[in-house]
Design a protein around this ligand. Structure first.
Ligand code: PRP
Ligand code: ZN
Ligand code: MG
Length: 226
């Protein structure tokens, strides 16, 4: 079991689309931090709430392992992590404590812009480049389509041109990345936004009280923005 901790630890993205808004949101709740020199760990001054700055993909695992209590992360990352754990036969207990309404994007299938889309059956036997193999796999199973996922951690959109895959399954926010690569989105397999992720149970050692206070302020901050 983890050591007793009286301070809340929140994981956010170090860099990338959700990092700065996450920090701003927490700052708007009155949080201030004394920054460590490498800025990977920020010690909370106004409240016992510390930040851990990490890769978004690592956030669910950090919460599942009890290293962090909460995280601000895209639903896409949370869902993929949950399905991956399930596939390994390990229970998942992470849930969305709040939906934040920003950082919205879609996980879409995209094909060559010159090609016509007739429906999911068209994907049968094709190689699909993605960083979300489990989310894609679930959707393909629902469609009753067998295809071959090609797992890449980044630059998914270039895979068709490199001959590595036939189509892609990737996140679309503005759509600029797909357009720049002559790809067009044809169907959505997941709608995503930034969420507060946490365990499916109450926190220990008085941390739930700190979390409740933070969430009350957060709900106020989110309402003010609306
Ligand atoms: C996503 C996706 C594309 C880009 C699409 O990456 O992988 O690279 O955003 O955005 P656009 O439609 O606005 O062009 P993300 O920012 O989530 O970063 P990551 O893949 O490095 O985690
Ligand atoms: Zn990422
Ligand atoms: Mg990317």
């Amino acid at each position: 079991p983890a050591q007793p901790r009286e301070r809340l630890r929140v994981a956010i993205q170090k860099s990338g689309r959700l990092g700065d808004p996450a920090r701003e949101l927490l700052a708007s709740c009155g949080l201030t931090w004394r920054e460590s020199r490498d800025r990977l760990f920020c010690y909370g001054e106004s409240l016992p709430v510390d930040l851990l700055l990490v890769r978004d993909d690592d956030i669910p695992g950090l919460i599942a392992d009890g290293v962090c209590d909460l995280g601000i992360v895209g639903r896409n990352v949370l869902v993929e992590h949950g399905l991956a754990r399930e596939a390994q036969g390990r229970g998942v207990e992470l849930t969305e404590w709040r939906q934040l309404g920003w950082g919205t994007c879609r996980l879409d299938i995209a094909i060559d812009e010159e090609q016509e889309w007739t429906g999911p059956e068209q994907l049968a036997g094709l190689r699909i480049a993605t960083s979300y193999p489990h989310t894609l796999g679930r959707w393909l199973a629902e469609q009753g389509v067998q295809a071959e996922p090609v797992v890449l951690n980044g630059s998914v959109e270039i895979a068709p041109r490199l001959g590595q895959a036939d189509v892609v399954c990737d996140l679309v926010s503005t759509g600029g990345t797909l357009r720049a690569n002559q790809l067009t989105p044809v169907t959505t397999i997941l709608h995503s936004e930034a969420v507060i992720a946490g365990p499916g149970h109450q926190l220990d050692d008085g941390r739930q009280e700190i979390a409740d206070l933070l969430l009350r302020r957060l709900d106020g901050a989110v309402q003010l923005k609306e």
